[in-house]
Design a protein around this ligand. Structure first.
Ligand code: NAP
Length: 222
């Protein structure tokens, strides 16, 4: 159980990745707000979440209300709807951490790196929202259905963003969800984590494995 309980609003939290993060952060003791374009869909997702984690304090809201309610906001919608969703909640985000998990995959060639204009999904979110919002990108290399299962995840999380204090918080949240998070530097560096997803897709295909991931290794200087 976390000592510092957060209210985490997950926009598009009815989807695969949002559900996985909600399950893990609910189990860690955080309050969860599931955001959706429709209240009905959010309510169904909360019902499902409470079946898995009965003690969860979870609320259902439309995305705009969820963004106001959360002290940390997470964006989990497909790349094609990243900017329009952020536009619709922009005024609620000032002074907050926005965790953006968006991977700019462009079907059908999802195994090919196709970063957007601006350099990365994370950078264009930060450019849209301005420096009043602490955009941090993370979890791009983690499979949603692993998050949804009670399994150990053997993949680290690269955490990029311009403010160290915000990256520290997301690394803490990654740890509470069962993964090691690493400082990956400013928001421009999100490009590397986003691009890596297409490489992991290629590795899964060509080596006939599932859920390839990355581990950061090194020697302590102490
Ligand atoms: N799936 C993975 O394994 C995985 C792994 C790493 C990163 N990611 C990233 O995580 C994000 C979400 O992936 P996902 O697989 O969870 O996606 P998803 O299940 O396909 O969609 C997530 C949610 O996005 C919302 N949405 C759909 N169309 C929308 C629109 N036109 N405008 C606004 N919201 C819309 C829906 O919520 P409502 O209908 O309730 O509004 C939906 O439940 C993506 O950016 C993806 O690149 C995914």
């Amino acid at each position: 159980m976390s000592d510092n309980q957060e209210t985490i609003a997950i926009l598009g939290g009815t989807g695969d990745l949002g559900t996985g993060l909600a399950i893990r952060w609910a189990k860690a003791g955080h309050k969860i707000v599931i955001g959706s374009r429709t209240l009905d869909k959010a309510q169904n997702a909360v019902t499902e979440l409470q079946k898995i984690s009965p003690d969860t304090q979870a609320q259902a809201m439309i995305n705009q209300d969820a963004a106001h309610a959360g002290n940390i906001v997470v964006l989990t919608v497909p790349f094609a709807h990243q900017l329009s969703t952020l536009e619709s909640v922009k005024t609620a985000l000032n002074g907050k951490i926005l965790i953006d998990v968006t991977v700019p995959l462009v079907p059908p060639a999802v195994g090919k790196v196709q970063l957007p204009e601006g350099g990365s999904a994370g950078k264009r979110a930060q450019d849209l929202l301005g420096e009043e919002v602490m955009v941090v990108t993370a979890f791009q290399n983690i499979a949603a259905h692993l998050l949804q299962q009670d399994v150990k995840i053997e993949c680290d999380v690269l955490v990029a963003g311009n403010k160290k204090i915000a990256r520290d918080k997301v690394i803490e949240l990654a740890g509470q969800a069962g993964m090691a998070g690493w400082h990956a530097g400013p928001i421009e560096n999100s490009a590397a984590a986003e691009a890596l997803t297409s490489i992991l897709i290629q590795i899964n295909r060509r080596h006939n494995i599932s859920h390839s991931g990355i581990k950061i290794i090194g020697q302590s200087d102490d």
